[in-house]
Ligand binder design. Structure first.
Ligand SMILES: Cc1cc2nc3c(=O)[nH]c(=O)nc-3n(C[C@H](O)[C@H](O)[C@H](O)COP(=O)(O)OP(=O)(O)OC[C@H]3O[C@@H](n4cnc5c(N)ncnc54)[C@H](O)[C@@H]3O)c2cc1C
Length: 454
């Protein structure tokens, strides 16, 4: 296809031509089955009432899904797509909740789940294909004596998707976010017509982490691990928020940092998927504690006026706790109460511990808090009833005034290292074909307000 042909043809026609070539080159499986396309073209943005309206399933649909199974195929696919001017949107398990894997301009949806091989290196790091799922990886490397540094509450999601679109999770109390040394190196396929990949490490990784694939596709990643530890799932309960907080804030003092410490107020407790019975009238704090610290933890809880409800040393129970962390309790509440049209804001800062009532005042009630623990203090999903986009946005300056950090899960633009991503993409994606619509042309004034107009 010549340049003139490529301009005249529609995206669907260019995608068909590119896919014919991809098939000829044996560079990946191609499907144009409509039902499959609709399915893989949407993600978990349905958690946001704003995104439900703007990017509902079926509104933006890829023209083809391409599934590589060998790392070298990714660069081949991108070289063909570049020649045909076809947009390519990468996707792992599609659990991202900002609509960031939605193929706004159609083209190819690049399903990377087939790149699922992995292994430990001699240095004890993990090298994995972008499509490797963290459940599988964690199980295998624990049997070989290593713990992955961090995984999200969506543990069955892919490593490439977690690094490309996620940020924190189980392991964050010790290791912070995916931008804080989690990734050692990455093999990246650029959309520059080269048909090649390059490897980045250290500070050079920054424009490829949490930038939704707009600067290049992560083909393989190397991430850090720790020597394996024994982890125990501990359920505790408190009568008041103050008591709960008195313990939550002391958990970083345990002799080994916990892997996770999630807490919910009573409104969220009945919909949690706990393996033990939880009192719906009490505040729930759940900790993945290193086993030797369980007695220390028990003392903290008792001193704080709470009760230890259960201590479960089966590793599978720590997975269950992880599955009730971060966005999950919000989703459980939404699922149980579809009539309430709930939304959440991702927040952080000590006022979440000290001034919960002021935080609740940010939105018209009822407002609920789900807490997580970071090294530097608490984070919270603030859950409230949706009363329109403007009312949601109006809360942001109120959080600011309280000294509470806020991140909006209601917009799809790259919102970290934006300037660097824009500069990098000029080299790695000069035609703007990678995950179109997720990178603003100029750094936005405030990404939290940058809701998009699609
Ligand atoms: C209920 C719920 C709970 C969640 N909990 C957490 C949590 O605890 N912590 C957290 O950080 N996130 C969380 N998330 C968000 C999301 O599940 C995670 O970030 C997850 O790891 C994303 O992985 P995925 O394989 O599903 O990626 P996808 O959703 O498929 O992709 C995520 C983003 O990365 C891009 N991408 C995918 N693969 C690649 C690649 N190989 N190269 C470059 N870019 C790529 C996609 O285009 C997209 O922009 C949660 C979401 C939901 C719905």
């Amino acid at each position: 296809m010549t340049a003139a042909d490529s301009t005249a043809a529609s995206t669907a026609e260019r995608t068909a031509a590119a896919c014919a070539e991809i098939s000829r080159l044996d560079a990946g499986g191609v499907s144009t089955d409509r039902a499959q396309l609709v399915k893989v073209s949407s993600d978990w943005s349905r958690m946001s009432p704003v995104l439900q309206e703007k990017v509902p399933a079926g509104r933006y649909v890829a023209d083809a899904v391409v599934r590589p199974t060998r790392p070298e195929q990714v660069a081949q696919i991108l070289a063909v797509a570049y020649r045909h001017d076809v947009p390519v949107t990468p996707r792992g398990a599609g659990t991202g909740n900002y609509g960031q894997a939605t193929p706004f301009d159609g083209g190819i949806l690049l399903d990377l789940r087939g790149l699922d091989s992995f292994g430990l290196t001699a240095d004890g790091t993990l090298r994995a294909g972008a499509g490797a799922r963290m459940t599988t990886v964690d199980k295998a490397i624990r049997a070989q004596g290593r713990d992955i540094w961090m995984y999200p509450s969506t543990k069955s999601s892919t490593l490439g998707g977690f690094i490309g679109g996620g940020s924190a999770g189980t392991g964050t109390i010790e290791h912070r976010t995916t931008s804080d040394g989690y990734v050692v190196s990455a093999t990246v396929a650029p959309m520059d017509g080269s048909g090649e990949t390059f490897t980045v490490s250290g500070d050079d990784l920054t424009p490829y982490v949490h930038t939704y694939g707009v600067t290049g596709i992560l083909v393989e990643v190397e991430v850090r691990t720790d020597p394996v530890r024994d982890w125990t799932a501990v359920y505790t309960a408190f009568d008041t928020y103050g008591e709960l907080v008195s313990v939550h804030r002391r958990l970083t003092g345990l002799s080994v940092l916990p892997r996770l410490a999630s807490a919910d107020e009573p409104a969220l407790v009945p919909t949690l998927t706990a393996s033990v019975e939880l009192d719906p009238a009490r505040f729930s704090l759940r900790v993945i504690a290193e086993s030797s610290t369980v007695e220390e933890l028990r003392t903290l809880v008792t001193e704080g006026g709470g009760d230890v409800v259960a201590v479960l040393d089966d590793y599978g129970e720590t997975d269950r706790l992880s599955g009730m962390s971060y966005n999950h309790p919000v989703w459980f509440l939404q699922r149980a109460h579809p009539e309430r049209n709930l939304f959440h804001m991702e927040t952080s800062g000590v006022p979440l511990w000290d001034r919960p009532d002021d935080v609740r005042e940010v939105y018209e009630g009822p407002v609920h808090l789900h807490l997580e623990l970071f090294q530097h203090g608490p984070g919270a999903m603030v859950v409230a009833e949706y009363r329109g986009e403007q009312a949601l946005l109006d809360g942001i300056p109120r959080f600011d005034a309280l000294g509470v950090g806020v991140h909006s899960p209601h917009q799809w633009y790259v919102d970290r290292n934006v300037e660097l991503a824009i500069e990098t993409a000029k080299r790695t994606d000069p035609k703007g074909l990678l995950n179109p619509g997720k990178l603003s042309a100029a750094p936005p004034v405030d990404t939290r307000l940058n809701m998009g107009v699609r």
